[in-house]
Design a binder for this molecule. Structure first.
Ligand code: FES
Length: 250
């Protein structure tokens, strides 16, 4: 099978790889040239280019794969192998808002599994599916390195911390109704396609997007405080560990 024909066996939609309309192709080619110029070897720009085509269509289509292959002088098989390896490249169109529920170990035991089960029921869709109005797609995702705020839900890769089934239902209802929602931290929410363009490497113009100090929040620093001998709130019998690892009862 040629990946440029159909790619159902690889999890891609069954459609011929038609080229983009001329105006779209010209615009994307200019963006691609800007990205490729950042790398000594053009093929190193493949991951950004896959985000670029995902920003155009909301997923990596066979048309997008063909475009990337042409720009980078790769085969469509090579591009397909990469696009189907990384889970952030979608193989079906995402909703305007792509909601990821972390069901990795810590989030799962603290309620992530329950959140995802109830969210599927609430929206009437399954994993990797999109609501009929095109507003919401859902996916169970692996650890997003925010375990200290578990259970965590992502919308277009922005964090919504310490979620519950109720708060997540309210979140998707607000998104579908066009009500403004704010991530727990970071910049304001943008659409899934806009987030894909930022991930491609174009400037993130959102207010506050680049203002973060990088310091961890209180839950992230709890272990460090304990190691330094501080008494944590609500832990009267906590064992305090010295910097050399020697323990004593607090
Ligand atoms: S297990 Fe969910 S963020 Fe780490």
């Amino acid at each position: 099978m040629s990946p440029s024909e159909t790619s159902t066996e690889l999890g891609l939609p069954a459609m011929p790889a038609k080229p983009y309309p001329a105006e779209v192709h010209e615009r994307l080619a200019a963006d691609a040239a800007e990205l490729i110029a950042r790398y000594p070897q053009s093929r190193s720009a493949l991951l950004p280019l896959l985000h670029l085509v995902q920003a155009e269509e909301g997923f990596v289509s066979t048309t997008g794969i063909r475009f990337c292959a042409e720009q980078l002088d790769l085969t469509t098989a090579e591009v397909t192998a990469v696009a189907t390896f990384y889970t952030m490249y979608r193989r079906r169109p995402a909703g305007k808002h792509h909601v990821g529920v972390c069901t990795n170990t810590l989030c799962a035991v603290l309620g992530g599994d329950q959140i995802f089960a109830e969210l599927q029921q609430h929206l009437g869709i399954g994993n990797n599916e999109t609501t009929e109005d095109g507003e919401i797609s859902i996916e169970h995702i692996e650890c997003n390195a925010a375990c200290d705020y578990a259970p965590v839900v992502m919308v277009n890769w922005e964090f919504f911390d310490n979620q519950t089934p109720d708060s997540t239902r309210q979140l998707v209802d607000d998104l579908r109704a066009g009500r403004e929602v704010r991530p727990t931290r970071g910049a304001r929410l943008c659409s899934f396609k806009e987030s894909a363009r930022i991930l491609a490497g174009f400037p993130d113009e959102r207010e506050g997007a680049n203002d973060e100090s990088g310091a961890g929040g209180a839950p992230s620093l709890a272990g460090l405080r304990l190691a330094k001998g501080e008494q944590l709130p609500g832990t009267p019998g906590a064992r305090v560990v010295s910097p050399r690892g020697e323990g004593s009862d607090a």
